[in-house]
Design a protein around this ligand. Structure first.
Ligand SMILES: Nc1nc(=O)c2c([nH]1)NC[C@@H]1CN(c3ccc(C(=O)N[C@@H](CCC(=O)O)C(=O)O)cc3)C=[N+]21
Length: 299
């Protein structure tokens, strides 16, 4: 089999059109979804992600604010800024770009964000709600993975899903979401592995659906998967620069080898990445509806 490529860019674009339409409708009611992105320092990857988020927010008709703080900003100053936006009625989503400089306590910063504006879904209140299956902000990357799986039409109900990676932002939430009694994408039998799992291939070979967020370039190779598997590659590894100075990316899956066996596979770039940004917009839209007292998916 040679896999169908799951085009994250195209799926993201379709979802964005729906968001855009809803934003126009909301604006008719006097509501404009508002997003602030806070960047500390000038890490080139972070700068490019935040720029992409701002650009998308703008294209969709959001009110959006970009805050740039110097690398040496104090934690106190950052916390004060968060507090300001917690109270700002024009803002429905607050995103503090990670990673933060070492002198800042990341946990304290993330916990300071009002959980009702936590469009990243990183606050413990939202993590707790996610685990018990209550409406909440679903973290953007796991949310994007669910939307891509839904797009394949492959049944998830009862399927063997193997997740490689157990981070708080990808592996753990995606595993929990897929095991929930949740439609259309849920009710799976989920196995969670990590790079230290013994006999890794014994697990991955059983997978009907394989989600890889290991943080290791080309960690999953063709000999580790079964024929017909659906592969979602969450890895974003910078493996150099092109002659034009753009970052060269590769995933956690050996795409060229695995695509010969898979039924569906996501490319890197152009797979999960564009979905992540789009689901951030979705969360901000849903937050604006919640704050306006309208029916919303997050409350
Ligand atoms: N508070 C916070 N929230 C985040 O959601 C967050 C974060 N911090 N820190 C960093 C990670 C990483 N992340 C990505 C977003 C988009 C692409 C993306 O669009 N990638 C493109 C390629 C982009 C490129 O060429 O660099 C693609 O895969 O096609 C990738 C990665 C969000 N993150």
């Amino acid at each position: 089999m040679s896999a169908k490529i799951l085009d994250g860019k195209a799926v993201a674009e379709k979802i964005r059109q729906n968001i855009k339409r809803e934003v126009e409708e909301l604006k008719g009611k006097g509501i404009t979804p508002g997003l602030v992105t806070i960047l500390v320092g000038e890490n080139p990857a972070s700068v490019s992600y935040v720029t992409a988020k701002q650009k998308t927010a703008h294209e969709l008709g959001f009110y959006s604010v970009q805050e740039n703080l110097p690398e040496n900003v104090s934690e106190e100053k950052l916390l004060k800024m968060i507090d300001k936006y917690n109270r700002d009625p024009q803002i429905h989503g607050i995103l503090v770009q990670l990673p933060l400089p070492k002198h800042i306590n990341e946990k304290r910063v993330l916990y300071a964000i009002d959980p009702r504006k936590d469009v990243d879904g990183f606050h413990p209140v939202n993590v707790g709600k996610l685990v018990i299956g209550e409406p909440c902000f679903i973290p953007c990357t796991p949310y994007g993975v669910l939307m891509l799986l839904a797009e394949t039409g492959v049944p998830v109900d009862g399927a063997d899903v193997v997740v490689v990676g157990r981070s708080n932002i990808v592996g753990k939430p995606v595993a929990i979401l897929l095991m929930q009694k949740r439609k259309p994408v849920g009710n799976a039998t989920v196995t969670v592995c990590h790079t230290g799992t013994k006999n890794m291939a014994e697990h991955t070979k059983r997978a009907d659906i394989l989600i890889v967020a290991a943080g290791v370039p080309k960690f999953v190779t063709a000999d580790m998967v079964k024929e017909g598997v659906v592969v979602i590659d969450v890895g974003v590894n910078r493996i150099g620069t092109t002659p034009e100075g753009k970052a060269k990316l590769c995933g956690d899956v050996d795409f060229e080898g695995v695509k010969e066996k898979a039924s569906f596979i996501t490319p890197v770039p152009g797979g999960v990445g564009p979905m992540t940004i789009t689901m951030l917009m979705k969360n901000t839209l849903e937050s604006a509806k919640m704050w306006a007292g309208l029916p919303s998916e997050v409350a």
